[in-house]
Write a protein that binds this ligand. Structure first.
Ligand code: ADP
Length: 297
């Protein structure tokens, strides 16, 4: 295990109980932390990178105790926060060089080599003279990854990295993360976007309201909804009723009516066909059942 978390609690000064006795084992490789807004993901990330102290609990990262060995742990970790900003007036190259200096790479020759290799590996070498705040959204994210990796950490923590990216940039960014993890860096990817996880993570946890509600592989999570995903053929005026009764995942126009995919233990009163589950279906099933947003009668 690269990270072991035991009984972690965080209560903010205003009384918000953001993490409730979280136990989690994070293996090496790419780990997805999925959950809706407010689930506690950022709180957990900030604690892991030693930016914030938990109220109680234990965290062990590659054998180091987070509460007692913060300095050692900082050198093992890289972080790309959700609201990562670049300093104005820094070119892409200069920004990374500055990050390298901050992380303690002092020799200018060594630093140059490191910065250039990193720019190559994230696909930004060609734009190294461009001002960092003038890069596209996807490029900025890649520069963010480069700064998180510059000191050669064993783990990087990436918070909501694909929000706001267009589909092409999103795929490129996910591929970059997969390449980084293949080089032996553990990546913790926190997201509310199911696609970020299904395409790349071997292990994952689902968080909701400060608790871990699922832990395992995306395939195991999908298995939980086998036999619970249905395709319904309905007429246009049945849609509001179906939407009220069941969590609807997709709505596809079909002839004069609709084909809709829903997740439910059973369906009564409609023409249905079983449908192969995806991680998105499983996520919706968990969320709807846990939050009790709908009743099936
Ligand atoms: P996520 O990253 O999954 O969206 P957060 O960790 O940001 O979740 O938030 C978890 C809970 O903690 C939410 O209820 C949020 O309102 C609350 N919270 C987050 N930051 C603070 C803070 N600084 N002070 C008080 N409550 C907070």
């Amino acid at each position: 295990m690269s990270i072991t978390i035991k009984g972690l609690n965080k209560i903010y000064p205003n009384g918000n109980h953001a993490l409730k006795s979280v136990d989690l084992e994070i293996p090496t490789g790419m780990f997805g932390l999925l959950g809706p807004n407010g689930a506690g993901k950022s709180t957990l990330m900030r604690i892991l990178v030693a930016l914030m102290e938990p109220t109680s609990g234990e965290v062990n990262i590659f054998g180091y105790d987070l509460m007692k060995q913060r300095k050692e742990i900082r050198s093992l970790l890289g972080y790309l926060p959700q609201d990562f900003r670049f300093f104005a007036n820094y070119k892409t190259y200069e920004f990374l060089d500055y990050s390298a200096r901050l992380s303690g790479i002092t020799g200018s020759r060594k630093r140059k080599e490191r910065v250039e290799a990193m720019l190559e590996s994230v696909g930004l070498f060609e734009v190294r003279e461009r001002y960092a705040n003038k890069l596209s959204g996807g490029m900025k994210r890649r520069l963010g990854i480069a700064q998180a990796l510059i000191h050669d950490p064993k783990v990087i923590i990436v918070d909501e990295p694909t929000t706001g990216l267009d589909p092409e940039e999103r795929i490129r960014f996910r591929n970059l993360l997969s390449e980084v993890s293949e080089k032996g860096v553990t990546i913790i990817l926190s997201t509310h976007i199911v696609g970020d996880i299904s395409s790349s993570c071997k292990h994952m946890a689902l968080m909701n309201r400060g608790e871990v509600s699922f832990y395992g592989s995306p395939e195991e999570m999908m298995k939980r909804v086998e036999g619970k995903v249905w395709q319904l053929k309905i007429s246009g005026n049945e849609l509001p009723e179906v939407d009220k009764k069941y969590p609807v995942i997709a709505t596809i126009p079909s002839g004069t009516g609709w084909e809709v995919q829903v997740v439910a233990d059973e369906i009564r009163g409609y023409e249905v066909l079983p449908y192969p589950p995806t991680l998105e279906h499983a996520y919706v099933y968990y969320m709807e059942n846990e939050l009790n947003l709908w009743t099936n009668d």
